[in-house]
Design a protein around this ligand. Structure first.
Ligand code: OGA
Ligand code: NI
Length: 353
């Protein structure tokens, strides 16, 4: 992709290693400037209005039209929703979170063999967002790995803990199936054909981002993840505890209520582009707590890394002229790995104004 791969700088201290020493305060590099800190007095004015969509009998026509209407409302208003009765067994969801916990509990040496600051690596362990470039650090360790088609990637995943591949693999396959069903509903909610981009969705890229947020002695001064939108079409998030916040259209932050067994679905930038701006990707961040570690697994779906996508022609007319140029997951990775462009988002470079 024309960008020189850099030698990865593997020397960093994970938050898991840090917490042995820091039990009452946090190192300076984690302290956010005051205006970026989570505001503990924030009021959750839409607390009764967080969309939870029941997917049972999803393929029954009467249920399906209700689900499509609920998805449309949620996507229009917030760009995210939770799903229940989604068909993923509780054990599959729990096993994946257990595998995550077991991985982050390994000694540093076992984890750093996957360390890299090169965002093009198909398996990458790190801390913060990118410890090679971050000015302020975030209280998070992560491992990311590609997952679709799983046979292309699973041999690159951690072999330790020994059950990691099996547990995370089962979960990844379940997410792949669920995202296909959810994409159909989301596309239908936009008035598109249920088969729109069908093969591209099937062959699409899937990145599993496995996050570990240790308890933090100063949760009001730091964040687990900065405000961002996800690159792809949709992200499906599984979490051990509450900690995700989303930003509404008035730029107010709201904690997403924790519902045992539910999965959180977030719209990403690629879906905003496909929808020609009718739907917007949802800004979100991860906050911290003093009590316990939190784990989350985000399954990020998008079109194939090389596949360029623009707005659906059906969503372009006189009132809605083409609002975005075509972009790709690969284009996004190149953009974020070029350090000369530290400001701005990839999707903003695609906007036609
Ligand atoms: C992500 C993400 C949020 C969370 O991995 O992209 O936004 O709650 N995670 O872990
Ligand atoms: Ni995210």
């Amino acid at each position: 992709m024309g960008i020189k791969r850099e030698k990865s700088d593997c020397s960093f201290t994970s938050v898991m290693a840090l917490i042995q020493k820091y039990q009452h305060n946090i190192p300076e590099r984690y302290v956010l400037p005051p205006f970026q800190r989570p505001n503990p007095s924030r009021v959750d004015q839409i607390s009764n209005n967080h969309p939870v969509i029941d997917l049972s009998k999803m393929n029954h026509p009467a249920h399906r039209s209700r689900i499509i209407n609920e998805v449309r409302t949620a996507c229009n208003q917030l760009g995210y929703f939770q799903v229940i009765n989604h068909g993923i067994p509780t054990s599959v969801m729990k096993d994946a979170l257990d595998a995550a916990e077991d991985f982050f509990n390994l000694p540093s040496d076992e984890k750093t063999r996957f360390a890299s600051t090169d965002v093009h690596e198909p398996v990458r362990y790190g801390t913060s967002v990118n410890h090679g470039t971050d000015k302020v650090f975030y209280w998070r360790d992560f491992i990311k790995h590609y997952a679709n088609p799983i046979s292309d990637w699973i041999h690159l995943w951690p072999s330790n803990p020994p059950t990691y591949k099996e547990k995370m693999g089962n979960y990844a396959k379940a997410m792949k199936d669920l995202q296909k069903q959810l994409m159909e509903v989301v596309l239908e909610s936009l008035g598109l054909n249920v088969n729109y981009l069908h093969d591209d969705i099937e062959d699409g890229s899937q990145v599993m981002t496995v996050n570990c947020y240790p308890s933090c002695p100063k949760p009001d001064l730091a964040l687990g993840m900065p405000p961002h939108t996800d690159f792809g079409t949709i992200t499906i998030l599984n979490q051990s505890h509450q900690g995700l916040e989303i930003m509404d259209r008035d730029k107010k932050w709201h904690p997403v209520p924790f519902i045992q067994g539910a999965l959180i679905v977030q719209l990403g930038d690629q879906l905003e582009v496909i929808s020609n701006g009718r739907y917007k990707s949802v800004p979100h961040r991860a906050i911290l707590n003093m009590q316990r570690k939190r784990f989350s697994i985000a399954s990020l779906h998008s079109m194939h890394i090389e596949k360029k996508v623009g707005p659906a022609p059906e969503l372009v007319d006189e009132q809605h002229p083409v609002a975005y140029r075509e972009g790709s997951f690969g284009g996004f990775l190149d953009y974020i790995s070029d350090k000369s462009i530290s400001k701005g988002k990839y999707i903003d470079t695609l906007k036609i104004t």
